[in-house]
Design a protein around this ligand. Structure first.
Ligand code: MRU
Length: 366
């Protein structure tokens, strides 16, 4: 996507040949700042502290992180340790484990001296694949948006509600949930996005709103509690969200609050779609609610907020009484029965095991 009119990805190999550059997402929307990752510790920190975030981007960063680690030590023991270091950064998004396992599988049979270069090539491949996957999701989702538009009076925008940031900032480029929106907008279809602010870290208000604004897509930021009301009043045509891990049976784990949107959509007959890149499917898990580890983040993300004051300075303020404890589960699970469809790079399917296995036969998985 374009930033200040220039095509930009969320991470790219550094010009020095020994590093990776990323957009520091903790600084958006107030500042556009890039950061250099030169070591595996830098990569692990970037994922853990959420300079990069979003399931596909976490996976891509981990792949490059493994390359950075292998540059300093490519022995069998080090490979295992590097992988464990990166795997420990965030527990919920399955793309992290998927990328680490894929790179490890590819480099393990090689002599140590060849491992770093092979890891770097594969990390670049994973990035390009991510963009291609998102384009596939975009095309499949565009057909859904077109179908809704065809039922509306000419010129009336299709209203899409989205939660968190499953935009290009959460991927290498284009985004998952936003890919159909960008393609619809670019093809001249009027589309308007309701952007859930997504407390506590405000990935909607800070990141999704920023990228939609950069691309000129009409949108409105709403508080997380507004979606149900808008659905009751016919102001949402469809919901499209991302996912951090989807089970073999179609349960969808995504940013906290997604489940409540799915319930409201179900009650109001609003289609609830999940943009699902295939690396986000965890084929080893069947019951999302009991089996997916849910990240617990710092209570300060709930008790405090950071923003810009009227004089342009960044400031953090406390919202709660100093002695009130806070809890911060970062993800929830939407059962498959509440999901209208999964928008994958191979087309839209029902959220169930047979449909997923039909689209992604065992022999073709990477
Ligand atoms: O905690 P985050 O910001 O990493 O959570 C991101 C989300 O929940 C996204 O919706 C999900 O990763 C899908 S991104 C294409």
């Amino acid at each position: 996507m374009n930033v200040y009119g220039r095509p930009t990805r969320t991470l790219w190999p550094g010009a020095d040949g020994v590093s990776v550059e990323i957009i520091d997402q903790t600084r958006l929307p107030h500042e556009f700042v890039t950061a250099r990752l030169g070591t595996i510790a830098d990569a692990a920190h970037a994922i853990k502290a959420m300079l990069v975030r979003g399931a596909p981007l976490i996976g891509a960063t981990a792949a490059y992180g493994l390359w950075l680690g292998l540059r300093t030590d490519a022995s069998d023991t080090a490979l295992r340790e590097h992988s464990a270091t990166l795997a420990a950064t965030r527990p919920t998004a399955i793309n992290l484990r998927w990328a680490l396992e894929r790179v490890t599988r590819a480099v393990s049979p090689l002599p140590p001296v060849e491992r770093a270069a092979a890891a770097r090539r594969l990390a670049a491949e994973i990035c390009d694949e991510d963009v291609a996957i998102n384009r596939g999701i975009g095309n499949a989702g565009l057909a859904l948006i077109r179908a809704v538009a065809a039922r509306k009076p000419a010129g009336e925008p299709v209203n899409v509600l989205t939660h968190c940031n499953a935009g290009w900032l959460a991927t290498v480029d284009l985004g998952t949930a936003t890919a159909p929106i960008y393609l619809a907008h670019d093809s001249g279809l009027p589309v308007h996005v309701w952007v859930d602010e997504t407390r506590p870290r405000n990935q909607g208000a800070g990141l999704t709103a920023w990228e939609l604004a950069e691309h000129g897509v009409p949108h409105t930021v709403i508080v997380d509690n507004a979606g149900g009301h808008l659905m009751q009043h016919g102001k949402v045509d469809l919901v499209i969200v991302g996912t951090d891990r989807t089970t073999a049976t179609g349960d969808v784990c995504n940013k906290i609050g997604t489940y409540l949107k799915a319930l409201a959509a179900h009650d109001n007959g609003v289609p609830f779609y999940v943009a699902l890149p295939s690396p986000t499917i965890d084929w080893t898990v069947r019951d999302g609610i009991s089996e997916i580890p849910i990240e617990e983040r710092a209570a300060t993300e709930v008790t405090h907020l950071t923003g810009v004051t009227s004089d342009g300075a960044l400031a953090t303020v406390r919202l709660t009484p100093p002695d009130s404890p806070a809890a911060n589960p970062a993800f929830d699970v939407t059962p498959a029965r509440l999901v209208t469809g999964l928008i994958t790079e191979r087309g839209v399917c029902r959220a169930n095991e047979a449909a997923l296995r039909h689209l992604f036969p065992l022999a073709e998985r990477v």
